[in-house]
Design a protein around this ligand. Structure first.
Ligand code: GDP
Ligand code: K
Ligand code: MG
Length: 307
């Protein structure tokens, strides 16, 4: 792994904004393959954590929140409370706005944002405003006037016109987030955050290659489990040991093939995709084991996350 000159940055970014502003879309764009949609460690109570983006110089924990909007409905109010609560413990806030909405219906601005503006001012956290969906606004003037309106509402705040869908200006936004975050170690253990969802994706890749290779011969009852997942901190090489479980000995022979040829093929098809997914060199070791009636083994299923 390359040693970085800059100090490592890490922190929590609360992503707030009215419904349909594009918060989830932005996260998906940022996520690509390098960010995992994660569930938090069991002992954390921040169940809004929805994405952790780790790069060479920083780790950003995003809290995607239910939309902030005015509502008299109790349920909605609870969601709004949840959104504001996300601000506690956050290192900064990104307020995401649907630029297209205010370009076409300027009167919506005050309705949507009056209370947001007050609450944000109270939070005292560093704030970025993201003006989304600029791909839909053809007039530069309209964008400029929206930027001016943001400046008026939140003086001195950085405003980023972006298209979350197209990824326009998202890199710049990310760099500015990293620049604003405090110095610190990663908040989440890299393995833990990446292995939970990545493990599952890896088993899915292997399963897919099994299907592609064996086609209709493949038994229905095939399961893939990860036995080991270890990254060498020096070389970055990730060793993955996975076992393919089948219900009958005959299937085992089929998957392994003559001289292990079939299994080797499955591995060499799966490996490049896993490399792309995890972003490091991968050593993939595959085993095939017979476990009769595994579909009825509750403990086994639970272990696979299928229980
Ligand atoms: P959220 O409620 O804030 O999470 O918003 P979503 O991410 O669910 O997006 C709401 C809608 O806006 C979806 O239909 C998205 O496809 C659309 N959308 C989000 N970002 C953009 C963008 O940059 N450009 C355009 N044209 N549409 C977008
Ligand atoms: K939505
Ligand atoms: Mg959403």
């Amino acid at each position: 792994m390359e040693q970085n000159q800059q100090p490592f940055k890490s922190g929590v970014v609360a992503l707030i904004g009215p419904p349909n502003a594009g918060k989830s879309t932005l996260l998906n764009t940022i996520i690509g393959e390098k960010v995992a949609i994660v569930s938090p460690k069991p002992q954390t109570t921040r169940n809004q954590i929805s994405g952790i983006h780790t790069r060479d110089d920083a780790q950003i924990v995003f809290l995607d929140t239910p939309g902030i909007h005015r509502s008299r409905l109790r349920l909605n109010r609870c969601m709004v409370d949840a959104a504001w609560k996300a601000l506690y413990g956050a290192d900064m806030v990104i307020l995401m706005l649907d630029g297209w909405r205010y370009a076409t219906r300027p009167e919506q601005w005050d309705r949507d944002l009056a209370s947001v503006a007050t609450n944000l001012a109270k939070s005292g956290l560093p704030l970025f405003v993201v003006l989304n969906k600029i791909d839909k606004i053809s007039s530069k003037e309209k964008i400029f006037s929206l930027l001016a309106r943001c400046q008026e509402q939140w003086p001195g705040t950085d405003v980023f016109p972006v298209s979350a869908v197209k990824g326009t200006n998202v890199d710049r936004l990310m760099d500015m987030i990293v620049a604003t975050l405090p110095q610190g170690m990663p908040l989440y253990d890299k393995d833990q955050l990446s292995t939970l969802p990545l493990r599952f994706m890896v088993t899915e890749i292997i399963r897919e290659k099994l299907f592609l290779t064996l086609q209709e011969e493949l038994p229905y009852n095939v399961a893939v489990d990860i036995d080991a997942w270890e990254q060498d901190p020096e070389t970055g090489l990730l060793t993955i040991v996975a076992t393919i479980y089948v219900s009958k000995a005959g299937y085992k022979g089929m998957i392994i093939g003559k001289g292990g040829r079939t299994l080797k093929r499955i591995g060499s098809m799966a490996r490049p995709e896993i490399v792309e997914l995890v972003g490091s060199k991968v050593f993939l070791e595959l085993w095939v084991k017979v476990k009769s009636r595994w579909t009825e083994d509750r403990q086994f299923l639970t272990g696979l996350g299928l229980g």
